[in-house]
Design a protein around this ligand. Structure first.
Ligand code: B3K
Ligand code: ZN
Length: 853
């Protein structure tokens, strides 16, 4: 294993190209034979040797133009001595899918052969130039036992199939299929799946009239759970045509759902592989957020067909080229399918919790990183979500039609090639005749920009001064000012009417803007979360309440509600009555739509509160938050009950108006769970018992979790009995257990890990139980005895041997040890020191060493 870092500045063009790739697979649990036949060309005139990336179990042979040649296997590389300019290279290797618990490369789990190649795991299948700027036309032949693997899939179109032999004794029949993908692609987009599935089919006719077969492969017996995913796929295809003029380009689009998968899904050309969590749903077993997640992830992977597959990345430092852009596109899609403001609130929450934390921690990186040890560590909220915010800011600067012109030019220039983030920005700039040079600083500077706002009343109106800095970055980085679009509104102090709305471009270290107005007014800033920045602005309680009541932008109304809570929790206001009054106003105001009311009433979550402290003391935050919530519910109990009783019989179905009511019900139940009223227990229990959908059942579980662990366990016993054998429901149950804020949570987790459905090799099971504990149980994880931290270390030691990528995700909360109060900080560091002494995967090594560095 090499733990050497690679640098963006060292990029070199590939020494060789591979215009055509032919692969042959003889599938076998422990000894799959992979034969590759590559047409290789020297790239330019040089006599450098051929060095392939190689992480296979065993290389059997290498031949050039049909003649066996010597080869040398080095550390993760295969060296072949070759002089020719153009030649055919044949390599035979063995791989071991069944013992592949890392779930990278070719693996076999739950009876299914499956691949995951992004970012650098194609080299675990066959030696190759495993880098995204080597594009090749793939033909793939798969041989396997037809009875065990009736579906053998790869990218592109099925061009031939047949039977090899039938063994009379075993009756085993080996079949073969041949797939051809006409679109040149990098190796990370290769996929192979073989297994026994149920198949849901449909079709889509593209705007130019081509028929595309849509095929969704799910585990046997799960066909009825695939309809929402299929409908979402059809919506995505139509949306990309209508919004971006982008049409699908193969005759077949396949999606396979598997239960063993490291992440959400993978956009392999024509053959997406999905975590079953993002495919399977019905009202009985999936919640509204599950339905939303499926639509968003199906959309995301589909949109990659153009932003990622047709135009791909030159090197992995450019990952945000495809991920930031595709997240932006999936956000637009979700907003068009549902509600723009709800999308913005949820993405602002991701940025303000996970992304700000990453930006302030040891793994902080620009959206285009410059140094990487393990690429899998850079599939981050920064590259994805901050990356999407950067694209969104470009959209704000250029407007909808300017942005579309930029996208059109981007595809015109770069279709079928591997390019850089700079190429994308140039297309945007050129299509709009704009200079985006300064804007590009967003790509090269890590850290969350802090914007300090000061305001002064003048004779004419308001003078606004903004100053920007990157306080979490070392001064020697000498950051350059960023271009920050600030969407604003001016509302009258008397009556609240809107006086003016617009966007100012803030692009200097310090800049003053003036707003003329004849009446006293309040500025509403960063409408719709117009930039991923931390805003330092002193608004008093009355000003925040004024914005909650009158701002046009619903995002800012929500944001001001959050600020009102934060003021109380941070001790910046001791007047809780103001907060209570505005909550009462919201509860009783029938003009506010349920979807917005639910958001305005939502309590800030622990992580978003923690992010606002320079030094984090979890116990203090939790105590204060609980005390204030108890005060609110004690004052307004009857009002909450009144509103809740109007939400008794919400119609089932994933329809926006019903979703909104269920969300509101969920929020109300959350408040009630902090109350000590005896009737609350029965209210929660009745919600569980009377509900005919999973969303309300989960809301009841969540409330029970806060109210009493006994009640939670009673409800879980019912759920376990009702949904026997359903792993996705099981995950919801273990996640509730793991977040119980009680001392015996360890014993409870232990008990559930002995459940028949639990497996420590399945990432979904691990994430739902242990991931929930580590990331979402601040009471216990951050207990000042340090036992939560020790628990994580023990878990990581085991996990890192099985699945380094999963271990590496799970370590996140320890990385920010420097931000905690001294006792916890020292305890966390102790654990990092312990891990540092071990033989770690490079995934974990990179994080541990940077946290201690
Ligand atoms: N491109 C994949 C993620 C690959 C992760 C590699 N460790 C899913 C996505 O972003 O669509
Ligand atoms: Zn993606």
């Amino acid at each position: 294993m090499t733990t050497e870092a690679k640098y963006l500045k060292d990029y070199q063009r590939p020494d060789f190209l591979i215009p055509e790739t032919e692969l042959f697979f003889n599938l076998d649990d422990e000894k799959t034979l992979v034969r590759s036949k590559l047409n290789v060309e020297r790239n330019g005139s040089h006599n450098r040797p051929l060095v392939l990336d190689c992480q296979v179990k065993q290389v059997l042979s290498v031949a050039i133009d049909g003649v066996m040649v010597e080869f040398k296997v080095g550390q993760e590389q295969l060296f072949v001595d070759v002089q020719q300019q153009v030649f055919e290279l044949e390599i035979e290797v063995i791989v071991d899918p069944i013992n592949n618990t890392a779930l990278e490369g070719l693996y076999k789990s739950a009876g299914v052969f499956c691949t995951q190649c992004e970012a650098e795991s194609f080299r675990r299948i066959t030696p190759y130039l495993d880098r995204p700027d080597v594009l090749s036309v793939f033909t793939v032949t798969i041989f396997a036992d037809a009875e065990l693997y009736p579906h053998m899939l790869s990218n592109g179109n099925l061009v031939d199939s047949g039977v090899v032999s039938e063994d009379d004794e075993t009756n085993q029949q080996i079949s073969w299929v041949k797939w051809h993908d006409p679109h040149p692609k990098p190796s990370y987009l290769f996929a192979l799946v073989a297994g026994d599935f149920d198949l849901l089919t449909d079709e889509f006719v593209t705007h130019s009239g081509r028929k595309v077969d849509l095929e969704l492969f799910v585990d046997k017996g799960n066909l009825h759970l695939g309809h929402h995913a299929m409908a979402s796929l059809i919506k995505s295809m139509a949306w990309d045509e209508q919004r971006y003029g982008l049409e699908y380009d193969l005759d077949k689009y396949m999606v396979v759902a598997v239960d063993f998968f490291n992440m959400g899904a993978m956009e392999n050309k024509g053959l997406n592989v999905f975590n079953s969590k993002y495919v399977l749903a019905d009202l009985n077993t999936a919640t509204d957020p599950d339905y939303h997640g499926i639509e968003a992830v199906i959309g995301h992977e589909y949109f990659h067909n153009w932003t990622g597959n047709r135009v791909t990345c030159r090197d992995w430092f450019q990952l945000s080229l495809k991920e930031g852009l595709t997240v932006f596109r999936d956000q637009q899609f979700s907003a068009d399918m549902g509600s723009e403001v709800l999308e913005r609130i949820s993405h602002a929450n991701i940025i303000r919790t996970m992304q700000f934390a990453e930006d302030a921690g040891p793994m902080a990186h620009p959206i285009r990183p410059e140094k990487v040890i393990e690429m899998n560590n850079f599939y981050t909220v920064t590259v994805y979500d901050k990356g999407a915010e950067v694209i969104r800011m470009m959209h704000s600067l250029l407007g909808e039609s300017g942005f579309r012109a930029g996208m059109d030019l981007y595809f015109k220039r770069h279709d079928g090639t591997a390019v850089t983030c700079d190429d994308f920005v140039s297309a945007m700039a050129d299509a709009n005749n704009k200079d985006l040079t300064q804007f590009q600083n967003w790509y090269s500077q890590a850290g969350t920009p802090s914007v300090v706002v000061t305001e002064r009343k003048t004779d004419k109106g308001i003078e606004l001064t903004l100053s920007q800095s990157l306080p979490t970055r070392p001064p020697e980085e000498q950051h350059k000012p960023l271009v920050i679009p600030v969407k604003y509104e001016l509302i009258a102090n008397e009556g609240g009417q809107s006086l003016e709305r617009g966007t100012i471009i803030f692009n200097q270290r310090k800049q003053t803007f003036t707003f003329d107005c004849s009446v006293p007014a309040t500025l509403v800033l960063f409408e719709n979360f117009s930039a991923p920045v931390k805003v330092q602005r002193k608004l008093n309680q009355a000003q925040l309440i004024h914005i909650v009541k009158y701002a046009t932008d619903e995002f800012c109304r929500w944001d001001s509600m959050q600020s009102l809570w934060l003021q109380q929790i941070n001790g910046k206001s001791d007047d809780s009555q103001g907060l209570i009054d505005v909550i009462e106003y919201l509860i009783n105001n029938d003009d506010i739509a349920p979807s917005i009311k639910a958001e305005l009433l939502t309590l800030p979550n622990y992580t978003s509160i923690a992010e606002t402290f320079d030094v984090i003391d979890p116990a203090h935050i939790l105590t204060v938050k609980t005390a204030i919530t108890q005060e609110v519910i004690a004052s307004l109990f009857p009002a909450f009950i009144r509103l809740l009783s109007g939400l008794k019989n919400i119609e089932d179905g994933y329809v926006q108006s019903h979703v909104a009511q269920r969300r509101l019900k969920h929020v109300l139940l959350t408040y009630l769970s902090y109350s000590d009223h005896a009737e609350v227990e029965d209210i929660i229990r009745q919600v569980y018992l009377n509900s005919t959908n999973m969303t309300e059942k989960v809301s009841a579980l969540e409330a029970a979790r806060v109210y009493s662990s006994d009640l939670l366990e009673q409800l879980l016993a019912k759920m376990d009995a009702e949904f026997k054998g359903n792993v996705l429901v099981f995950d919801k149950m273990t996640s509730a257990i793991a977040r119980l804020p009680v001392n015996d949570v360890y014993q409870k987790m232990q008990l559930w890990s002995e459940h028949a459905l639990f497996s420590d090799k399945n990432p979904n099971r691990i994430r739902s139980l242990y991931g929930a504990f580590v990331m979402q149980n601040p009471e216990q994880f951050h207990d000042d005895s340090g036992k939560g931290y020790q628990f994580l270390t023990q878990l990581l030691k085991k996990l890192d041997k099985l699945n380094p990528q999963l271990a590496s995700r799970m370590i996140s909360p320890l990385l920010s040890w420097k931000r905690y109060e001294p006792t916890r900080s020292a305890l966390m560091k102790q654990q990092l020191d312990e891990l540092n002494g071990l033989d770690l995967s490079k995934d974990l090594f990179e994080k541990v060493s940077s946290a201690l560095g």
